[in-house]
Design a protein around this ligand. Sequence first.
Ligand SMILES: Nc1ncnc2c1ncn2[C@@H]1O[C@H](COP(=O)(O)OP(=O)(O)OP(=O)(O)O)[C@@H](O)[C@H]1O
Ligand SMILES: [Mg+2]
Length: 492
Amino acid sequence: MPQPTDSPLKLFASLIADQQRKLLERTAKAENVTVDQLKAELAYRWEGWRARQAQCEPAGEPWTFWIILAGRGWGKTLTGAEWVRKKALLHPGCRIALVAPTVADGRDTMVEGETGLLSVLRESELRGGNRDDAWNRSMGELFLANGSRFKVFSSEKPNRLRGPQHHYAWCDEASSWEDASDGNVLETTWSNMLLGLRLGDAPQCLVTTTPKPNRLTKDILATTAPRVIVHRPTWDNLDNLAGTFYEHVIAEFKGTRAGLQELEARLLEDVEGALWTAKRLDECRVGTHPQLDRIVVGVDPNITSGVAANDAGIIVAGRSNHHRKAYVLADRTTSGGPLAWAQAAVAAYHNFEADLIVAEANQGGEMVQITLRTVDRNVPVKLVHASRGKRTRAEPIAALYGASPGDEVAGGVAKPTDVFHVGAFPELEVEMTTWVPSDESPDRMDALVWALNDLMVAAGGVRGFTKRSSDTEPVTIRGDLRLVGSQYVDKT
Ligand SMILES: Nc1ncnc2c1ncn2[C@@H]1O[C@H](COP(=O)(O)OP(=O)(O)OP(=O)(O)O)[C@@H](O)[C@H]1O
Ligand SMILES: [Mg+2]
């Protein structure tokens, strides 16, 4: 049964051979080409053939912004690449900005990626008829034979967008731009891009993104300029996604709140009852951290494997004694069975030269320790037991993040944060801002709570803690840890 989301190609494929042949002959005649020419051309045809309706440029009223909010793997990048190709060919000599979260995203995904511009342009359309003459990788510039030019910009360097003028812009993953929490204020990637979007009679901008609840996303959606908003879930594109995508992305998110954002492209507002707000997390974000005196890897293990198993949350965080602040450094959460999370946790321990792995042992008990030791028998492990409910355990950790002026939680009083996020951790932050007690286990948030509890709440601090050298038993244990049997426990 054909669905409205099916592409003409998909409908064509569902016809029997005789119907297909007749349709091809009729179309070739109407387009004044041979059937073979038509077939060769169809391999590249996007609108009216391979594209689903929602991937085609909106017809009807003129628009300035075409905003596609879609789930992961929906075909956002391909849609963007096809649209800018079409514009560049229709308007010889035009200038088009390609704006990405990072320079690498711009080059590797928007231009060179599997669904990037170079994958949709024919050689004959390129300057000099070949990629080497057309694509200046170091400058991020791509030239077409007809004089049109694309240039890559990134949210890492918003200033680069000051000055250059464009007829069109394609903004990929705008919700993940580095300055997305600033919204549409002066000197941001977005405002600089807009100020330069002033060539020709009708400049246009396509935004393709999986939305996140930050200021920029909200400001883009609130624009009063003529706009078309397309809002689609990942499922539209299921036919074209590899099985591995299903296993790694869809299975991971299905049925979770994070899935509402990542797969259904819902803009998750702050959830009543959640312990953190997206705004506060943005305020606690930094680009770098001072020297850290103690680094721990918090682990919320799972004890089963298979697609149905939860992820094992793995969060790395460190503390600066001088600043008395904690810094969240990495989210190494993994799916897979016990060996997978144990390997990921031990790898994180070594990568960050951490002092300790702190793992919840409520479900696996001693097995948690044994599994970690199977991977590395010298890794220091502290097993922690949750005696209180998740929420009670998480509340003091949420309090460490302070409060913005006017926050209800703090009775309207601003309080500085004791925890910073070094960069952004989208999946972790979705859990933090959306988890309410009736939900499934928030693995990443649990791991964060264990790590920060160790660094900031558990008694004292561990200045004198000496790590085991590789082959000897630990001998120097000071601070708040002591060795009981083979496991480190809080002295208190
Ligand atoms: N209409 C279509 N017909 C055939 N294949 C498609 C179509 N739309 C998308 N695809 C395929 O789906 C896959 C995902 O596309 P793309 O990378 O553009 O998605 P995305 O939404 O940008 O993904 P991500 O969220 O990872 O950035 C690619 O293999 C692409 O070729
Ligand atoms: Mg993409």
